[in-house]
Structure formats: C-alpha cells, structure tokens
Design a protein around this ligand. Structure first.
Ligand SMILES: [Zn+2]
Length: 274
C-alpha cells in the first residue's frame, strides 16, 4: 500500500481529508499529521490520508505523472500515480472529501469543485474561504470529477501561511461535517486573516477557458487572480509577446511558472453561496 491512512473514531468513515496529492505541497501532509498528533475526540469517524509519500520523499510534484490528472487510475499501470489514483479512489469513494493543495498563484485560500452541489453548498460557507471555483469541463482526471470532493488551495506553495491555513481549513471542514464538535485542546486562535473570513459569503466563479502560453525563456503576469481583467488589458508576457484580453474575464490559478503550457484559466463570476 502506497497511501498512508489514519482512521479516527468507530465505524465506517463517511468523511475524509487528503493531503499531498502533490508531493511538493507539504501543507496538507502537515495538517493531517498535526491532527493525528493532537489525538482528537471525534463525533463521527473520519479517514485522514497522506496520498503521495513517494513524491514527498522525492520533493517532487509527482513521480511519473500528475496524480490529480490520473483519476480514476488503474491498478495494472506502470505509472506509480495511475496505480495510486486507483487505490486512493477506492479509499474515498462515496465519502465527503477535503483535498488540500497549495499553489504558485494565490496567497489567499480558495476552493474548487467540479460543480456546486448539495455537499459544497452545505460545507463551503463554513470554511474560511471567500471564493469557490467550478472547474466544469476542466475536471478531467482530477479527484473532484470522481468523488464528492472539495479541493482547497491553502496558499502559496511551501509557505508557512499555507501550512497554517491548511490546518485551520481542515478544522473548519471537520466541524462543518460534524466530525469535531469541541475545540482541540492546546490550539491557539487561527490567523487573523482566516478569522475575518469566517462564515461569510462565498463568491462562485466558473472556469471558461485555459489561457495558453507559448514556449519562451521568460514569462510574466501583470494582473491579480480573481480581479476582473477588462477588454484590451495587458495581462501577461512570454518573451516579447504581449497578451491582451479580447474580452473581459476573471483570472484563476494564473501565474508565470505554475504550469508548463498554460498561464492559468479565464473564469466568469456566476453567483454567491451563503
Ligand atoms: Zn496541488
């Protein structure tokens, strides 16, 4: 077995938390380990999972290919991540899942779901996030396509704040799903930036297009994620090529170096949850 699993409480868990789908995003692994060490008393059983230990050890996003593009996976595959995807899906199928990630694009935490459904409608307003992204037709191979999964980008990759955010987002998720009812002994208050966002309105965005980038030596982006880019605005550069918007959009997961062949995604604002 290549997946590290902790089960807390009695009975079959209907709730799960996954850290380290990507080996170079340690925030989720740290959050899971911190909860396990806290020896919490749970109201309902929960499964806590550290997904890709081999990639963590290698300090790489993945060993053979991106695990979050490999679902549903295959037990017979030569690829480590394809086999892992199969094992992991078997562990979480039918459960309400929180999957913890971090990013190069946004210090502020936000959530992603394939499509807003009853689970995300019930849980997301209780998480310390202000923004929820529907990935829609860009869900291929992601865990969110397969299970009732809420992915959260907890902050900037390998930052201390992403690590703290991951822990408090997980705490909020476990409260929202009825796993935890009392504060954990010895816990201090969450960071002020998260407390201010608690229990507010969540703005929902929907991914519309990928923003391709051509091979170049240097890349730059000139706009902020989730801030509207207007028609004609300059938003990115690849060497001397300048990219201007031919229609207005909201950039999501936009960064100079986050992905190999896309800057990120263009989205629209489609509603709010509260
Ligand atoms: Zn990730």
């Amino acid at each position: 077995m290549h997946v590290r699993i902790y089960e807390l409480g009695e009975g079959v868990p209907e709730v799960a938390v996954i850290g380290a789908i990507h080996g170079d995003e340690p925030c989720g692994k740290d959050a899971v380990e911190r909860l396990v060490e806290a020896d919490i008393a749970v109201e309902r059983p929960v499964k806590l999972i550290i997904a890709n230990e081999q990639a963590i050890k290698a300090e790489q996003r993945y060993v053979d290919n991106d695990l979050n593009r490999a679902f549903p996976g295959s037990p017979e595959s030569d690829s480590h991540e394809n086999r892992l995807a199969h094992d992991l899906l078997r562990e979480v199928r039918g459960k309400t899942v929180l999957s913890l990630h971090s990013t190069q694009s946004s210090a502020e935490p936000f959530a992603l779901v394939e499509e807003v459904d009853a689970v995300s409608r019930a849980v997301c307003p209780h998480l310390p996030i202000k923004k929820l992204v529907e990935t829609k037709r860009f869900s291929d191979g992601r865990l969110i396509e397969q299970a009732h999964t809420i992915e959260v980008e907890c902050g900037l990759q390998q930052s201390d704040s992403a690590r703290k955010n991951a822990y408090w987002i997980t705490r909020a998720f476990l409260s929202a799903t009825g796993v935890l009812s009392a504060p954990i002994e010895g816990d201090v208050e969450p960071p002020l930036s998260l407390r201010q966002r608690d229990e507010g309105e969540v703005i929902v965005f929907q991914m519309l297009n990928q923003i391709p980038k051509k091979p170049a030596n240097s890349y730059e982006v000139f706009v902020d994620n989730f801030q509207q880019v207007n028609t004609g605005d300059l938003f990115a550069r690849a060497d001397e090529d300048r990219y201007t918007a031919d229609q207005s959009f909201f950039p999501i997961l936009l960064s100079a170096h986050g992905y190999e062949d896309v800057f990120g995604y263009a989205a629209d604002r489609v509603g709010t949850l509260r």
